[in-house]
Design a protein around this ligand. Structure first.
Ligand code: NAD
Length: 498
């Protein structure tokens, strides 16, 4: 691929940028291309373009806006193979997994066609003295969308489709690790009939994110990424008077009660824990085995399943999962394993040092499993964004809930049980934004709200679902009276609070 440029005003845009970065193919470690990093001047240009295009788009009819969303949905379907290849090549996830990601992205695009329904206002007739009161929702203006590397198509589409359906213009800053899919999405939006300048993408790293956070023309920020960056973005964005929603890291606990269907729980654990080389914010990180003997039984079920996993290139049809995103990410995962073992965990399966024949320079981390993980260990405290997972042994449900709630993150948590009472206590008492009962990954469907609690989310909006439409619009409440001319002539008035 040629060097990648920004996408501004409906076309590839080469700025006067003097910085750039390298995009790798994690499957073989090769350099795919160089990517220019936007300067402040490039961002100013994108903001000017988005500002004028956005003003017209905000006044486009709802029918016109939704027509574009419907067409975009169709184009994503028709280009699934191309998008899946772009995802896999830059991110390392398998084609099957990339297609799953696109399927989830489509849910968000489809739900964005409900923008008109969600944002319609309320009306009260004759609240007093012939006055009617109604509310209207209008687009906020330009939305800055800052995306992570792990879902190169899904997260950008989740953020931008509802923002656009609500009448905003967007400036997307994709992850500098995987910018290729966003450039292609820009072309699809254009083909879908979106006016030039409503959807823009600028590439770069922290420097351009900081410029977005300060830019006076950008009204709202939607961020997905790690917690330490999300917290910074939330605080900086708010300090600059922007509306901010930041969806951040997770450490998702899977509680298995002794009465659960252990075979099904074991399969759920392996798929939810290792899929996408565990580079999902909703991946299961820890298996909490509750009660005497449960851990031993689960361990004997999960170990052979994990040993059977095949790790390979994104386009290897036999691969269950692929490489991690960078050589550094591989090193961080391997270090987390070493730290866990040094702290007293038992290394049941060691995936360190995995080499895939023929792809010796790829960033591969094999599946690892640690047992006897405890809350004192960094391995429990930190989000390990790679295929190293742990087993914890707990005596009862009380302790399992206590451990789950003791973690700083509250993105997702699941319980496997046959007890309605245990499940009810779990969903009532666990402080996580997305909960599951006998399901492995409780990411809700596109018409429900997505978002964590505690330090897995900053701000009170949700990324998709009805709440997203509220985030991307501002509300005005209007009180109006249309008196006859002779009624207007009345001169009586009072200074008392009406
Ligand atoms: P990251 O925080 O490193 O990067 C996310 C974005 O922020 C990128 O666009 C990056 O360029 C930018 N960025 C990075 N460092 C920055 C800094 N210091 N200042 C300003 N901007 C900066 O995250 P990542 O590694 O791309 O993605 C993985 C993380 O995202 C994991 O923690 C994962 O749990 C989280 N995630 C969360 C969700 C969710 O919905 N809660 C979804 C997907 C991923």
């Amino acid at each position: 691929m040629d060097d990648l440029t920004h996408f501004i005003g409906g076309e590839a845009y080469k700025g006067d940028d003097d910085r750039s970065g390298v995009v790798f193919n994690p499957s073989d470690g090769s350099i795919l291309y160089h990517c220019a990093y936007a300067s402040k001047t490039t961002l100013d240009h994108a903001a000017d373009v988005a500002f004028s295009a956005g003003r017209a788009w905000a006044n486009a009819s709802q029918a016109r806006r939704l027509e574009v969303i419907f067409r975009m949905r169709q184009l994503v379907v028709e280009n699934t193979d191309k998008l899946a290849d772009l995802i896999g090549r830059e991110n390392g996830k398998t084609i099957a997994d990339a297609k799953g990601e696109i399927g989830r992205a489509l849910e968000a695009v489809e739900f964005a066609t409900n923008a008109a329904q969600i944002t319609k206002g309320e009306y009260s007739r004759n609240v007093g003295g012939g006055i009617d009161t109604f509310s209207i929702r209008q687009p906020v203006g330009i939305v800055g969308c800052i995306a992570p590397f792990n879902f190169p198509v899904m997260v950008p589409l989740m953020m931008t489709s509802m923002a656009i359906a609500c009448g905003n213009a967007v400036i997307l800053k994709p992850s500098e690790r995987v910018p290729g899919a966003s450039a292609f999405l820009g072309k699809l939006w254009r083909e879908a009939g979106l006016p030039d300048g409503v959807w823009n993408a600028v590439n770069g790293d922290k420097e351009i994110v900081d410029a977005i956070l300060r830019h006076p023309k950008i009204a709202a920020i939607s961020f997905v990424g790690s917690t330490h960056v999300g917290e910074y973005i939330y605080r900086q964005g708010c300090a600059n008077d922007k509306r901010v929603a930041a969806y951040t890291g997770g450490k998702n606990h899977m509680v298995v009660m002794p009465d659960a269907d252990l075979e099904s729980a074991a399969s759920a654990f392996v798929s939810a824990a290792y899929g996408s080389s565990s580079q999902r914010c909703m991946a299961v990180s820890l298996l909490l085995a509750v009660g005497e003997g449960t851990a031993e039984k689960l361990r004997s079920l999960v170990v052979p399943k994990i040993q059977a996993l095949h790790v390979g290139a994104y386009n290897d049809p036999k691969a269950d999962f692929g490489a991690v995103i960078t050589a550094d990410a591989k090193r961080v995962v391997e270090q987390a394993i070493a730290d866990g073992v040094a702290a007293g965990a038992e290394l049941v399966l060691d995936g360190r040092g995995l080499v895939v024949p023929g792809l010796e320079d790829g960033f591969y981390a094999g599946p690892s499993l640690l047992d006897h993980v405890t809350v004192e260990m960094e391995f429990w405290k930190k989000e390990v964004f790679g295929p190293a997972r742990g087993i914890m042994r707990l005596k009862d449900l009380d302790e399992a809930i206590e451990v789950t709630n003791a973690h700083e993150y509250g993105n997702g948590a699941v319980i496997f049980t046959r007890s309605g009472h245990a499940a009810h206590r779990f969903v009532t008492e666990v402080e996580a934004g997305m909960l599951g009962v006998n399901v492995p990954v409780p990411v809700p469907v596109g018409h429900h709200n997505f978002g964590g609690l505690r330090r897995s989310k900053f701000g009170d909006a949700h990324m998709f679902g009805p709440d997203a439409a509220r985030f991307y619009t501002k509300m005005k409440t209007v009180s109006q009276r249309w008196p006859e001319p002779e009624q207007s002539a009345s001169s009586s008035f009072s200074l008392a609070f009406p």
